[in-house]
Design a protein around this ligand. Sequence first.
Ligand code: 13P
Ligand code: 13P
Ligand code: MG
Ligand code: MG
Length: 365
Amino acid sequence: MKTTISVIKADIGSVAGHGLAHPALLKKCEEMLGTAKEEGLLEDFYVTNCGDDTELIMTHRQGEENEEIHQLAFNSFMEATKIARELKLYGAGQDLLSDTFSGNIKGMGPGCAEMEFKERPSDPVVVFCMDKTEPGAFNMPLFKMFADPFNTAGLVIDPSLHNGYTFEIFDVLESKKVELSCPAEMYDALALLGSIGRYVIKRVTRNDDGEIAAAVSTDRLNLMAGKYIGKDDPVAIVRSQSGFPAAGEVVEPFTFPHLVGGWMRGSHNGPIMPVGQNQAYPVRFDGPPRVMALGFQIADCKLVGPNDMFDDPAFDLTREESSRIASYMRRHGPFEPHRLPADEMEYTSLPGVMEKLETRFKDMD
Ligand code: 13P
Ligand code: 13P
Ligand code: MG
Ligand code: MG
């Protein structure tokens, strides 16, 4: 019998501004998922938030892209949105592009990462949640986990990792995908993955047997909506140990606060800061972008945990470095590379300003 983990998230409202999801929203989602567990649709669940994003972490036996599971997530977000509206929370229902469910939550605004697998004797899994950024923010850390021998010692010294991993990469602008096997096609993979606004890792599988190793939510809210609503703050599920990177190798890439898009109005680059749950509250200039890591053991489809993995003094230096880089980037004000490059600004509120200037432009002699 196989186990499925589905992590489905949406920003449905927050305090103050795009800060923190209100506890009443999490409570409503817990109630809804609790009922589904009693009725046997879910085996287990954990509801959390990273900044203003509410995350539903669910285990079940229904497989990926299951209509009932997606409907449950959608209904939970809809019911919680009613509370968000009563409390006049900021961005109540922000990520819900439609109020009627149509079979699959994909394309409706919420982000979704799912994987189905046969449980090993012991199955450690890490769920990552990000706020104030976009799915491409996972490209560098996932590449490091599964393809960089300077990060993951197991790629060199453990025969069960030695044949590498394959990255399924989505071109989110052209709606195409490609699979590249590392280490053989590492340079091809990097040629794409460096463009974090366009090419994003969707899945990682083990070369030896095709076993699923990681899954990411790649949903691009603003591309779907055709205008700026909020950022597509992503989630990822990563399996670890015994044929996968060790838990410590899975979190190690986040010791580097790399620059990602999505800070302030979804329009600025900033350093991602690994934080424990109690610091997943982006305040400064609505940021800097945050990432949380929740470690679980999966036991007969139940979630044992979580452990708040970035709530660790070993990440203090990274947080300090991230704060320094945040200050450095902020000093650029409206200039690139703090502000996103022009092509990415198409999906923000800037085109409205440019429209006004259109008639003022004259041909050059
Ligand atoms: P233990 O000996 O504590 O199980 O750790 C093994 C390991 O691989 C840690 O990276
Ligand atoms: P969220 O995408 O987290 O809602 O943030 C949007 C924003 O504009 C922050 O400045
Ligand atoms: Mg928001
Ligand atoms: Mg958010």
